[in-house]
Design a protein around this ligand. Sequence first.
Ligand SMILES: NC(=O)c1ccc[n+]([C@@H]2O[C@H](COP(=O)([O-])OP(=O)(O)OC[C@H]3O[C@@H](n4cnc5c(N)ncnc54)[C@H](O)[C@@H]3O)[C@@H](O)[C@H]2O)c1
Length: 338
Amino acid sequence: MNTPVRLALIGCGNQMQKNLIPFLQRTSQDYMPVVCVDPDATRATYVQTVTRAYEWKSSIDGVDVSSIDAAIIAVPPQASAELTEALVRQGVHCFVEKPAGPSTDRLRKLAAVLGDTPSNVRVQVGFNFRYAEAIRQLHALTSDVRNSPCAITIEFYSRHPSSPQWGVDTTVESWIRQNGVHAFDLARWLIPSPIARTDEHILVANDPDHFLATLTMHHTNGSLSTLRLGNQTQRFLVSVSVHAADGSVYSAPSLENVVLSRNAGMPSGMQLFGIKNLDHGWARSGFGPELEAFLTACSRGRSTGPYPTVDDALAGSVLCDKVLAGIQPLPRPACKIA
Ligand SMILES: NC(=O)c1ccc[n+]([C@@H]2O[C@H](COP(=O)([O-])OP(=O)(O)OC[C@H]3O[C@@H](n4cnc5c(N)ncnc54)[C@H](O)[C@@H]3O)[C@@H](O)[C@H]2O)c1
């Protein structure tokens, strides 16, 4: 039997409570929650109760690092980079939620620290859509197609954030850096070829807190990524298509299925993969498999294949910078003076 991975759960807010702990509790890996950390005592003690961790602390300064092997970090971006850096320096494996840092400069500094860290310390970034089953299947099914120049389309719509958060001035910047970065990561994962040029276009802009943007990224190998992003939506939606040069189109229209919608130019509609819609979301969301991969690597030092790193978060942040530089800020309406 493996020795359980001794865990610190750091940042006991929405993401930890709703998307990480429910999947942690379903993992097949042995783990032992040791400490919950959050300056908000109500949240920390709630997570302590749910996970049966031994204790809670208001800061990692109070954590005995020799009592943990790994940390799951779900805090706002500024604190993400600081906590990851501090823990990694002490040899603690870290799973850190995207975007893993507030800016390109901060992520570059974190990446440099990790470059000087022993390679057996794992730092995995929470780009969960790489682990979502339908997108994983699409990735595997199109590996040959993507070896040649192709075109991909990613639609990524989410209502959140719908106001500026975590120290960022505008909703568009908050949304792109703190959420839309998922779509950039997916585009880079599907087409690793470097990006030579980006074009940006705000399609709809009703008010400063809502937007719909179309971005194109021209890769040096001749591939094209088109991203449609925004928070003008009633519900979360991610959809990915890969267009091959021979006229075939492979699509994951949602996180539930993969379809060969066109076969060498002929209409097809053949379902290649499907998930029952009453599952508990383990494979659909990717939240379960990403934690399973992290714990497996921590407990056995075993390779679980490529995983999202701080270098990926850094590359995503560079794209956020490029895109934001090309999007004109939307003026806030002037206040009416009575
Ligand atoms: N992968 C995804 O799809 C996904 C989805 C949602 C959020 N996230 C990420 O998860 C992170 C947290 O988001 P959230 O929605 O849970 O935010 P939240 O505000 O609900 O929770 C964050 C928690 O971190 C705590 N915190 C702040 N600084 C801390 C510190 N130094 N030490 C310990 N705790 C600290 C806060 O008190 C709060 O309870 C963000 O980085 C966000 O981008 C990822």
